[in-house]
Design a protein around this ligand. Structure first.
Ligand SMILES: [Zn+2]
Length: 276
């Protein structure tokens, strides 16, 4: 799953390149929209909503449509100069949009559909408050998480119906920063607010260029980006020493609540005791 910051960056790049541009051609390489042609339509804006990307376009008679995509595991949007050579195999392209200023190609998108903009709520209305959105509401996010007190906090943080934007990296790192094992039931987590604030800060630090890191100094500067330093506290650091206590980091699996797939978790068994 992408983290919310990847989707935010993709939306920002697409918005910079395409907002205000008229589509010269569109090509939706999914059966349901294969015959849809948006040539002549104007791209109004591209906005992220949690891990969903919404590209709003206006057509004849001020008709409004939204091209909705989700990157899922492998998906990516790339922007090229008009007619530029793609860096990914053509057969993985799912959506091709051509304008005078730039071409945008969505490769291996996990989901691609076009809906009336007025119906956007039917696709993203279920999402909880967006950590990177203008609507971020920590109280509402906490209310939603606490509504299921028996759920492991690591599962609750990934559930986009509670709060939108956290993927596996940030849930592992936010749990570490709070000294809470991801399998700990929500009811046993005293300070959910700090955990969500940490996740939001980490997402925001990674909206700019440079590799993704979660190790910040006291002033919030990403020291993990310095050469030779690890970028993450625990994520994918199995067997390596905890950066706080030296205990080897462990990997485990968490999931299978409400039918979610199991996902890797990384934690320090000393700093984040396994719940009894
Ligand atoms: Zn530790």
């Amino acid at each position: 799953m992408p983290e919310g910051d990847s989707v935010w960056r993709a939306a920002n790049q697409l918005h910079q390149a395409l907002a205000g541009q008229v589509l010269l051609a569109s090509d939706f390489r999914v059966p349901r929209f294969a015959t849809l042609n948006l040539a002549g339509w104007t791209i109004i804006e591209v906005v992220p909503r949690g891990k969903h990307l919404l590209m709003r376009v206006a057509g004849p008679g001020d008709k409004r449509l939204t091209i909705h995509s989700h990157l899922k595991m492998e998906g990516t949007w790339q922007v090229y100069p008009p007619g530029g050579k793609w860096r990914k195999p053509g057969y993985t392209a799912r959506c091709v949009l051509r304008t005078k200023a730039a071409d945008a190609v969505g490769f291996s998108l996990g989901l691609l559909e076009v809906v009336a903009t007025a119906d956007e709520d039917s696709i993203v209305g279920f999402l909880g408050p967006d950590l990177l959105g203008p609507d971020w509401d920590p109280d509402e996010a906490e209310r939603r998480v606490r509504a299921a007190p028996e759920i492991p906090v690591g599962v609750a943080l990934l559930d986009q119906r509670n709060l939108a934007g956290i993927g596996n990296i940030y849930r592992c790192e936010a749990c570490f920063l709070s000294g809470v094992h991801p399998a700990t039931p929500v009811s046993d987590v005293a300070d959910l607010g700090t955990m969500m604030t940490d996740a939001k800060q980490l997402l925001e630090v990674n909206l700019g260029p440079g590799r993704r890191v979660t190790i910040l100094n006291a002033r919030g500067m990403p020291v993990g980006r310095m050469a030779g330093r690890p970028g993450y506290w625990v994520y994918r650091r199995e067997h390596q020493p905890c950066l706080k206590c030296g205990t080897p980091i462990r990997r485990g699996l968490l999931g299978r609540h409400n039918g979610e797939e199991e996902r890797d978790i990384y934690f320090c068994p000393q700093c984040q005791p396994v719940p009894s």
